[in-house]
Design a protein around this ligand. Structure first.
Ligand SMILES: O=C(O)CN(Cc1ccccc1)C(=O)c1nc(-c2ccccc2)[nH]c1C(=O)O
Length: 177
């Protein structure tokens, strides 16, 4: 791990919910927003500049964590989904074929410019991320189901996938960062 300038046992992590870096000590299992005492702040600043982009108003270094992307998705589940229920329906009974019809309809509306993926996700996604317009925050390799990861990392920023199948159901994925 590049030299962060932090005392032994401390590492830099990224909070998706606040889009800010935080400092975590894996031995003591403590985390904090500010670097711990004993940090070489010059080294930390260089590390953060090399591994993150942009800085916020407060001077906190924020941006896309190294090796990660940010994406939103719209999930349409079906009766063979691993967990055939969602905030929208307590028991999802549609067939996979019916789910395909639905998600292809969403794909057409998005491609025609009639609707944005995030707008449709708000009302129609079977994922708990619906309330965040499908935004999943930053994730890296190994965080998501393989088919989902492969599709998402294969996208350019702003691009949308075709229909992707995972054990959770059928997805449309849009890469945001
Ligand atoms: O697959 C399962 O056994 C159950 N899951 C996994 C899950 C359940 C709750 C919260 C997040 C993930 C889902 O079905 C699921 N997968 C997702 C998912 C899949 C790929 C990328 C992002 C989210 N969302 C959900 C959801 O209910 O909200």
């Amino acid at each position: 791990m590049a030299d962060t300038g932090l005392p032994p046992g401390w590492e830099v992590r990224h909070s998706n919910s606040k889009n800010l870096p935080y400092y975590f000590n894996s031995n003591e299992k403590v985390s904090r927003w500010e670097p711990p005492s004993g940090t070489d702040t010059e080294k930390l600043k260089h590390y953060m500049a090399a591994h993150h982009s942009a800085t916020s108003r407060s001077g906190a270094v924020v941006g896309v964590p190294e090796g990660k992307i940010r994406a939103a998705h719209l999930l349409v589940k079906h009766r063979d989904s691993r967990r055939p229920k969602s905030w929208r329906e307590n028991e999802i009974t549609r067939s996979k074929e019916e789910a395909y019809e639905i998600i292809r309809g969403h794909e057409k509306r998005i491609k025609s410019g009639e609707a944005a993926l995030g707008e449709l996700a708000l009302t129609d996604s079977d994922c708990s991320s619906a309330r965040k317009r499908g935004d999943l925050g930053y994730f890296g390799h190994g965080d998501m189901q393989k088919e989902f990861e492969d599709a998402a990392f294969g996208l350019q920023v702003g691009e949308m996938s075709s229909v992707v199948e995972t054990a959770s159901g059928l997805h449309l994925i849009e890469r945001l960062e």
